[in-house]
Design a protein around this ligand. Structure first.
Ligand SMILES: [Zn+2]
Length: 182
C-alpha cells in the first residue's frame, strides 16, 4: 500500500516537473523569443516605411490635392504677414510630428510664407485663420464630397470655431486663438 502511494507520488512529482519544464519553455518562447523577432521586424518595416513616406510625402496625390484646395480657399497670401511669394507653404497648424493623425486633414492647414512658417516651426500651434477663411472652408466642405469623406477631421469643431471667430471679429466676444483639435 505504502509502495503504491510512493509510486503515485513519484508519478505525480515527475509529471509536475515535466509540465513545469514545458511551461517554462513556452514562457521563454512566447514572451521572449517571438516578440523580439517580431519587434525587430516591425522596427525595420517602420523605418523603411517612414523613409518611403517622407520621400513620397510632398509629391503624394493627397498632399497635392490638399495644397490646391487650401490655396483655393485661403488665397495665396501669407495668413500671418500678408506677403505673397512664389513658393507659399501649407502649414500644419498642429504639427504633424506631434499630431500625425492630422497630417492630411484640411481643417488643420493654413497658407504661410516660407519665413513665417520657419518662424512658427513645429513648436507652436498658432492658428492664423480668420472667420472668413473658416467659413469658406465650411462652405467648400459642404459642396465637396471627396473633401468631406477623406480630409476632414472634425467638422463640428471647425464650424463652432468659425462662428466663435466671426462673433469675436464683430467685437462681441473673446477671440479664440487656439485650434481646438486634439
Ligand atoms: Zn508671412
Amino acid at each position: 500500500m505504502e509502495r503504491a502511494m510512493m509510486n503515485y507520488q513519484n508519478i505525480f512529482l515527475s509529471s509536475a516537473l515535466y509540465l513545469s519544464v514545458i511551461a517554462a519553455l513556452f514562457y521563454v518562447l512566447i514572451f521572449n523569443v517571438l516578440p523580439k523577432s517580431k519587434f525587430e521586424q516591425e522596427v525595420f518595416l517602420t523605418k523603411k516605411q517612414q523613409c518611403l513616406k517622407s520621400n513620397s510625402y510632398m509629391s503624394s496625390a493627397n498632399w497635392k490635392y490638399l495644397r490646391e484646395t487650401v490655396l483655393k480657399i485661403q488665397g495665396d497670401r501669407c495668413l500671418c504677414c500678408g506677403k505673397a511669394s512664389k513658393n507659399m507653404h501649407i502649414d500644419h497648424i498642429k504639427p504633424k510630428s506631434i499630431y500625425p493623425h492630422l497630417e492630411f486633414m484640411v481643417d488643420n492647414l493654413q497658407v504661410l510664407c516660407p519665413d513665417c512658417n520657419r518662424a512658427k516651426s513645429y513648436t507652436r500651434e498658432t492658428d492664423y485663420r480668420k472667420s472668413d477663411h473658416l467659413i469658406a472652408l465650411v462652405r467648400e466642405i459642404n459642396e465637396n464630397k471627396l473633401l468631406q469623406k477623406k480630409y476632414v477631421y472634425d467638422y463640428e469643431t471647425l464650424e463652432r470655431l468659425a462662428k466663435q471667430r466671426f462673433n469675436a471679429e464683430l467685437g462681441t466676444k473673446k477671440y479664440p486663438r487656439i485650434l481646438p483639435l486634439t
